[in-house]
Design a protein around this ligand. Structure first.
Ligand code: 3PY
Ligand code: MG
Length: 230
């Protein structure tokens, strides 16, 4: 699935270990499939599993998304797992990543890895929003990734889950502006692909859209409709 999606016009494919059902083994296979299609693979790790961030990079991920980064301590721990010393504490062992990279010499790989792989801290709570600038300020955090579903739960104080919640849109816009001001990347999940253009206008540089299951259901529903009409 990952390789097939990578062969479409998407710029990258994300393998989700938080709410998707990817395991270490399937992430390893997924990254290889996406690389075969010539695209970068992004991995979202489960909450707090910063060890998996280093592991995803070892497997050849180009970027890692860490959910529920709510304060500077979370951001520092995530950055430490993502970057080699002296910036972080990433331990050496990227055997698969070196094979998938264009660097043959491991020292060149090591010296360029920190800037060639991106760490995205997810902003999806009020606590994270209140500490946004401090999180953006952490060395080794390359960008923030907004989770509008969780953010809407936080924004409505548990009343609803609505990734398109109007009242939170100014905050979503402010996150992109703060990232830009800090020289970092802003990314977001567009639960409704129709919102992708609006997010781009706000300054979001990476917009993730739809899951594999949604894509399958949408495709299958279209096929069924066509078959019944034919
Ligand atoms: C959210 O919307 O909360 C997400 O985590 C998107 O993947
Ligand atoms: Mg979320």
């Amino acid at each position: 699935m990952a390789e097939m999606l990578a062969r479409l016009g998407f710029d990258a494919v994300t393998l989700d270990m938080q709410h998707g059902f990817h395991s270490t083994e399937s992430v390893l296979r997924g990254i290889a499939g996406v690389a075969l299609a010539g695209k970068p693979a992004i991995v979202r790790i489960p909450v707090g599993r910063f060890d998996m961030a280093s592991r995803a990079l070892d497997m050849g991920a180009s970027a890692v998304i860490a959910p529920m980064i709510n304060d500077v301590e979370d951001a520092r721990a995530f950055a430490a797992a993502m970057k080699f010393p002296p910036l972080g504490e990433r331990s050496w062992g990227p055997h698969r990543a070196v094979q998938l990279s264009r660097h043959e010499d491991v020292s060149t790989f090591m010296r360029t890895a920190d800037r060639e792989t991106l760490s995205f801290a997810m902003i999806e709570t009020r606590k994270a929003f209140d500490r946004l600038n401090d999180i953006l300020d952490v060395d080794g955090i390359d960008g923030v990734f907004v989770g509008p579903a969780d953010f809407s739960i936080a924004w409505s104080e548990g009343a609803q889950v609505d990734p398109g919640l109007k009242e939170m849109m100014p905050a979503i816009e402010a996150i992109a502006a703060a990232a830009e001001k800090n020289g970092k990347l802003a990314a977001i999940f567009a639960a409704d692909p129709g919102r992708a253009g609006r997010y781009r206008q706000m300054g979001y540089r990476l917009v993730a859209t739809a899951s594999d299951t949604e894509s399958l259901v949408l495709g299958a529903a279209t096929l069924l409709e066509r078959a019944k009409a034919g």
